[in-house]
Design a protein around this ligand. Sequence first.
Ligand code: PHE
Length: 383
Amino acid sequence: MSRRWLVGGIGAIAVVALACGSGREGGAAGPEPIQVGHYASLTGDTATFGQSTDRGLRMKIDEINAAGGVLGRPIEIITEDDRSITEEARSAAQKLLQRDQVVALLGEVASSRSLAAAPEAQRARIPMITPASTNPKVTEVGDYIFRACFIDPFQGAVMAKFARETLGADRVAILFDFKQDYSVGLADFFRKTFEASGGTIVADERYTSGDIEFRAQLTKIRATKPDAIFVPGYYTEVGLIAKQARELGIDVPLLGGDGWDSSKTLEIGGKAVEGNYFSNHYAADSDRPEVVAFVRAYRERWGETPDAMAVLGYDTGGILADAIARAGSTDPEKLRDAIAATRNYPGVSGTISMDENRNARKDAVVMKIRDGAFRYEQTVPAF
Ligand code: PHE
């Protein structure tokens, strides 16, 4: 289920030549493209994650190619759909590595899927950059694995502090997805910071991705009389959880993380998600000039407001192209070193530097859902 979008004026002849594996340089069809693999959830439970990332990524690559590409060659993105399924992420990565011999692998959004694919990239010694997976274990897989975003110990602390200091919450209940590494990790990091700052976790309930019925857990949570409920899940379930919580008369704020970021949260949750808060990588309503320009261009091309994945896909494409240019080569080891040496890359999602653990250190924003939209609430600097 691969989608190949050829860019930079490369015609059908070049496609045939590439498919035959000819080492053609130059010629009428132009220089040979640099092939980059993107494995993403274009369909399935969390389809907006992969679709947005791919759109952002393609926007950046098209800009780069329009300006002449890198090392005098255009970049070609080959996207493989993993259907939002963990095991499929691994086989999508394998296809891109073995069949397409890509010079780098980009993906995924959901941490469990990045964790399934990362060992493939590490074994092949091909650099992988996840745009949006925040679970710390992802980059611990090995020295070829990078990320363009912050990690969950930070994100969890951001929301724990927000609950404690901004909302003045003493008692918080947690409802997390125990099938997702992201959700399990974020629940844990939130709990640690919240308790360390004197708060009490009054309930620790769980569900599984794909569930549609949460009333049993919510009824237990209601009995503990929390000041807020932390729901570090993905949008598919978060909207339903919010609805069922409100139906049960639970009116305290629900808090979440970046997994809430999809227009589907608003569609599914409707009025029930109003007044709730989540942490994220970027705010579309920010007045930073980079954000304003990006939001305008993205809306023009795709007819919708970019979410965080779109921005991180865009920035990840930029980080990779910048590293290829600095490496002066697509040699995997040189490319790995160049990505590791990324310092102060000017991304739309913030300034990006890789730390010694191949993670980006970046600020977070807290968003509030108000009048059917995500509104910027505050920035929390990296710590
Ligand atoms: N951080 C989430 C994860 O690791 C994925 C995500 C990123 C979701 C950005 C939405 C926005 O699974």
